[in-house]
Design a protein around this ligand. Structure first.
Ligand code: SAM
Ligand code: DTB
Ligand code: SF4
Length: 349
């Protein structure tokens, strides 16, 4: 472990390999030690995800249900109306979510889409929720416009290692992704960036991918680690499963390498039992997507998550970056945490 508590930006792939090679218990101990230096280990941030524009995407990401190039079951939908998005955001807030993430199946937003997207940001923000969007590649001007409308986070994943990247996506480059992240940073928005494991990559690819994230000039504030959700009809529909312990190791390594970032146990929870999810929290994951749907695939039911949190003594994290609504949000979260405990005790009796 490093001698100082300062986040580092000079990880070599060999150093990351060495983390992965540690005995599981030693890696978990390091990850938990780092986690407790920077976070309350019994708090998890919860975000709700909504697909505001689904399918017919021109990109060729081999894992994705929304690419127009593969024959998947996803129904194409136009950009949602602003009012419908705000209705979904209100429900997410009532259920105790503190951040609302809106995703679009786009290569990049077109000029004609921007006014609608900006209205969505303003409306969701006015509800007292943190806002996040993932719309594909954005240029500097679009990043500034989104920031100006009140967007707190922009999600854009590196997805995998630079070495494995061309086997997964050919319609945009790894450098394109770095450029979008730079535009987001320059605008002053917070960066949400992570990737997917279980794409058939090697162990070395996982080290290289995490080194890329940790060696960014500033660590992303939020790091989603997705376990591939296999989609029928995509080229990765039948790829071999990733060993679950290797997924937990990725979470632990991300925690150690990006000590102050929220590490999100992202897609793939529906295929994990409670014990596996608990192990991810022990490894330093402290954020989840909450609500029964991700973008096009399923996620555990909200009440299941609340029961799991109650069993583990986990509270949902309150919003700290939005002073105006903070008090109201704390009350909502306190109520949800209380309901959470009651749910558990009811179930236990
Ligand atoms: N179209 C935009 C883009 O690609 O930047 C935004 C939406 S896209 C669905 C956001 C991210 O979701 C992807 O970069 C990928 O990391 C993740 N993702 C997509 N499909 C997934 C799947 N089947 N399993 C796990 N993660 C997935
Ligand atoms: C991220 O890293 N994971 C989310 C979010 N960013 C946009 C998306 C997960 C998508 C899972 C597959 C689906 O539901 O289509
Ligand atoms: Fe399109 Fe995003 Fe899916 Fe790639 S990941 S196909 S860009 S929606």
């Amino acid at each position: 472990m490093s001698q100082t508590n300062l986040p580092r930006h000079n990880w070599s792939i060999q150093e990351v390999d060495a983390l992965f090679a540690l005995p599981f218990s030693d890696l978990m101990f390091q990850a938990q030690t780092v986690h407790r230096q920077h976070f309350n280990p019994n708090e998890v941030q919860v975000s709700t995800l909504l697909s505001i524009k689904t399918g017919a995407c021109p990109e060729d990401c081999k894992y994705c249900s929304q690419s127009a190039r593969y024959n998947t079951d996803v129904e194409k939908e136009r950009l949602m109306e602003v009012e419908k998005v705000l209705e979904a955001a209100k429900i997410a807030k009532e259920q105790g979510s503190t951040r609302f993430c809106m995703g679009a199946g786009w290569r990049n937003p077109k000029a004609r889409d921007m006014p609608f997207v900006l209205e969505m940001v303003k409306g969701v923000k006015a509800l007292g929720l943190e806002t996040c969007m993932t719309l594909g590649m954005i240029d500097g001007g679009q990043a500034d416009e989104l920031q100006g409308a009140g967007l707190d986070y922009y999600n854009h994943n590196l997805d995998t290692s630079p070495e494995h990247y061309n086997s997964i996506i050919t319609t945009r480059s790894f450098q394109d992704r770095l450029d979008t992240l730079q535009n987001v940073r320059n605008s002053g928005m917070k960066v949400c960036s992570g990737g997917i494991v279980g794409l058939g990559e090697s162990a070395q690819d996982r080290s290289s991918f995490l080194a890329q994230l940790a060696n960014l000039p500033k660590h992303p504030e939020s790091v989603p680690i997705n376990m591939l959700v296999k989609i029928a009809g995509t080229p990765l529909a039948d790829v071999d499963d990733l060993e679950h312990f290797d997924f937990v190791r990725c979470i632990a390594a991300a925690r150690i390498m990006m000590p102050k970032s929220h590490v999100r146990l992202s897609a793939g929870r529906d295929a994990m039992n409670e014990q596996m999810q608990a192990m991810c929290f022990l490894a330093g994951a402290n954020s989840i997507f909450y609500g029964c749907k991700l973008l096009t695939t399923g996620n555990p039911e909200a009440n299941k998550d609340m029961q799991l949190f109650a069993k583990l003594g986990i509270n949902t994290e309150t919003v700290t970056s939005n002073d105006v609504e903070e008090e109201e949000q704390q009350i909502t979260t306190a109520v949800v945490n209380q309901q959470n405990k009651e749910l558990f005790y009811d179930a236990a009796i």
